[in-house]
Design a protein around this ligand. Sequence first.
Ligand code: MN
Length: 642
Amino acid sequence: MPTIENLIKKVKEYSPSVNEALIRKAYEVAEKAHRNERRASGEPFIIHPLSVAESLAEFKMDEASICAALLHDVVEDTPESIDRIKSEFGDEIAMLVDGVTKITTLKSKSREEYQTESLRKMLFATAKDIRVIIIKLLDKLHNMKTLEFLPKEKQLRISKEVMDVYAPIAYRLGIEKIKNQLEDLAFKYLEPEKFNEIEEKIKKNKRAREEQIEKLREFLEDTLKEHKIPCKVVGRLKNIYSIYKKMVRKERTFEEIFDVVALRVVTDTPDNCYKVIGIIHGMWKPIPRRFKDFIAMPKVNMYQSLHDVVIGEGGTIIEIQVRTEEMDKLAEEGIAAHWKYKGLETDKKFDKKLSWLKEIMDWQQDASAKEFVESLEIDFFKDEIYVFTPKGDVIELPKGSTPIDFAYSIHSGIGDHSIGAKVNGTFVSLRHELRTGDVVEIMTSKTQKPSVGWMKIVKTAKALSKIKKYLYEEEKLPTRGAKKIERQDLPVSGGQGILLIEGVKNPKIKLAKCCNPLPGQEIIGYADKIRGVVIHKADCSNSKLKDTQKRKVKVHWKSDFSAFIELKVEALDRVGLLADILNTIAATGTNLDTANAKMLGKDMSECTFKIKVEDLDHIRNLIERIKKLKDIKKIYIGKLGV
Ligand code: MN
């Protein structure tokens, strides 16, 4: 049974100078407010907030979080108002309590709407303060642990919500510890038969299994230490729900999943992580394509680790994770691991990654941008796959991508002529779905051409736009908007563009990278048969050197048009950057289609916006306004007429 004394003892272990009186006061207010309440189990209600506060202490959360956890049901269930908490405990604690309360009191509408909305609001709260979400997750976890006392109908409703909303959030925040527990508890109520079946089988095989794991564990640890690698090897037992998911996803039996031995090596440096893999490959045979490098390519929730699968003596399949102590802590506690006791050093890299999340959430407050946010959310959390070229270069693609996507991501010439692919040495069709780790080699033929059917089987925007572009040019697709193209008035890319080129039919237009001409600036164009027309700024010295051999053509910006263009902005990365640019785009009444951001090296980020501009003044005005924002380094047009 949790007690206030125990809680204080726990907090003092990691924070000796904590304001003990404040925690006691929070406890007293909560105890008094809940005095006449009992939980469904018959226990005094105060047990619940005390348990939540204790589990927060396990994550070494700060004193404001601990107090807020004690008070988290006071406003919701009793007449205590948030103002009283504010006057007695200050703004910070009141803000946390208010955040948790708001999530709790969301009224359910239709099922789906409810979930999406509550998910949104939770993410919202995260952006304001990550502690709110950690308190809420641990609140849910304690409720799940005592769910047996509730009526069946409520059990199912709460479990479904936990499975659909809270466990994924724990996963996204990288808090594996909470995620696994939430999943198993929810699974137990949602699929009791399947849960029991797996649990029984685990129990039955447990002894033999543990002996086998221990033997391998010891052997691996000794071997690594002989190689002078400081490390700890632990055996891992998978959570019940993850075994179930694997059985379903991979269509395997329990035995096939369970017989896999899972070991984790925790060492000191990333360097040694790779050395460990080398040593393991020296004694156990690796299964091709099962090695995954999440150190070089961390998951979106910042998880880092090397994953590998090898075959040990007697054909035992061994799954291995190798990571540093720091990565291990992050994997288990995720965001909570970074929320060290207030005032301690913060992790710069982490802050930076989180800043993107925060911006997206801030932006969400603007209801008019709702639609846009949806696309952004998908982009931000989308599942990626990593495949390899025959030379070993890594290509990142969205899940579900095909060889055509791969081909276009290499070069549009390869994309246009691809007839099939070899994946891991085996011929596959262009529809084949690629998976992480695949080595992809594209087969091409000069006579091959993109077809309308390809548009349905590609996943990347790049492939789709290249295919469309080809089809428009060949007039296999009706052009969008523009009807007849005048010979002397040739817009770009099938009728949408902002440049006029005189005397060239269907020109391929490129803006020169050396000078990045912007709309409204004086420009000149050089035409050649292979590359089409390249546009330079009139005063670009580079153009004079390189392009003198080519035919000069007259080009000018159209003053009146309506076209999609791709605007690229390079800037020093900072909190609020994306939001600032998005707000500027919105303020100029610009129609935004997609937005993407990626890091360029350590401090720079590159934001790409596909926008619809209405005329020359519009785009000039927009560019001028973005230029004036803080930390903007470079702004240019990526593609015309996308
Ligand atoms: Mn609660």
